[in-house]
Design a protein around this ligand. Structure first.
Ligand code: HEC
Ligand code: HEC
Length: 307
């Protein structure tokens, strides 16, 4: 009964919730709870924090009151068709209960399913590939603690030829650069931490970097805004635009969703703020801001490209 023992473990670990931010004590708690779920060796408590930094809950939870977290069903509309975030709880049939840690690492690092087929890049493994080995281990340990849900994953509804998984192979040659994040030796520790949070976990570029007609990110316009995944305008977050806000204003926005002049972030960014940026430790949020300040300022796209 691996599922139920993992569940028990989850409640043990959750008692340590607040301790994570305070320091190492959380590691001890997670360690003590390890007995109950032999499969995962990572630090589930740290994994829970990483799952927030990665915004996993958004795409893997249905958008309705009382939806079971991580049980899938979220509708993701894209120009290629509609994706449904799958159930990633440890249920053996409906979720990923039969996966091994190595399957999870391969999914995140290489975008490959356990049966060898490609994942669609609507699962942002182009960003998640940059997550370190240690963090992947902790994320996996956290996913193992989730209550198993038997809600079946829904099949995607994609327009031909976008539904063909093998077509993702040439796409990957063009746009996918697998491998963990490499810190820039010329940048400060804080800027590197921020880069990791933005590029690997936060996958901010999935919306803020515009895509070409094949859905490939335009690297020359990194974080410079344009059409987001749903085909709507997303702002430039390079210093060109963010220089209008001081660090305090930007921090306030990423914590609360309110701009310094009292506007409120729209639903899309509001969700990122609620699930991710407002959940970061103060040090991580400061690093994220330091990194955004350090990237090249790119001019806004011409109107025709951004709407
Ligand atoms: C932008 C939306 C999005 C985010 C954010 C996201 N995922 Fe997913 N994920 C998907 C989609 C869509 C799929 C299905 C892809 C496919 O069928 O090819 C998927 C598939 C998966 C799978 C494979 C499930 C299966 O049944 O094959 C795992 C595991 C997974 N995601 C884990 C995560 C984790 C861990 C995070 C956070 C670090 C995360 N995802 C964040 C959209 C997302
Ligand atoms: C799912 C898509 C999506 C993701 C992922 C995303 N954003 Fe956003 N972001 C938006 C949208 C849409 C807006 C515009 C909000 C509005 O107009 O109210 C926005 C606005 C912003 C703004 C305000 C810009 C301005 O000038 O008004 C900042 C700063 C920002 N995002 C930072 C981030 C960071 C940092 C991340 C990664 C942790 C991130 N975003 C991830 C969609 C996204």
């Amino acid at each position: 009964m691996a599922g139920s023992s993992c569940f028990k473990r989850a409640s043990t670990v959750r008692t340590g919730r607040r301790l994570l931010v305070l320091g190492r004590s959380a590691t001890l708690l997670a360690g003590a709870a390890l007995f109950t779920c032999a499969a995962a060796q990572g630090d589930a408590k740290h994994g829970e924090y990483l799952a927030k930094a990665g915004g996993c809950v958004a795409c893997h939870t249905e958008e309705k009151k009382g939806a079971v977290r991580f049980a899938g069903g979220r509708v993701l509309k894209t120009p290629f068709g509609t994706f449904y975030g799958p159930n990633i709880t440890p249920h053996p049939q409906a979720g990923i209960g039969n996966w091994k840690e190595a399957d999870f690492v391969r999914a995140m690092r290489e975008g490959i399913r356990p049966d060898g087929a490609n994942f669609f890049p609507a699962f942002p493994y182009t960003s998640f590939t940059k997550i370190t080995d240690a963090d992947l281990r902790d994320l996996w340990a956290y996913l193992r603690t989730l209550p198993a849900s038997d809600k079946p994953s829904r099949a995607h509804e994609l327009r031909a030829p976008y539904g063909w998984r093998w077509l993702v192979t040439p796409w990957k040659w063009l746009y996918f650069d697998p491998g963990p994040f490499k810190p820039d030796p010329a940048a400060s520790q804080a800027v590197n931490r921020g880069a990791y949070l933005v590029q690997a976990l936060g996958h901010c570029g999935e919306c803020h970097t515009p895509r070409n007609s094949l859905g490939g990110p335009r690297r020359d316009r990194y974080l410079a805004g344009g059409k987001g995944p749903e085909g709507k305008g997303v702002p430039n977050i390079t210093p060109t635009r963010l220089k209008k806000w001081g660090d305090e204003g930007l921090k306030y926005f990423l914590e609360t969703g309110f701009t310094p002049d009292g506007d409120i972030a729209n639903a899309t960014m509001g969700e990122v703020i609620r699930n991710t940026t407002s959940q970061l430790t103060p040090a991580d949020l400061a690093s994220l801001i330091a990194y955004l300040r350090s990237i090249p300022a790119i001019p806004d796209a011409p109107k025709s490209e951004s709407k």
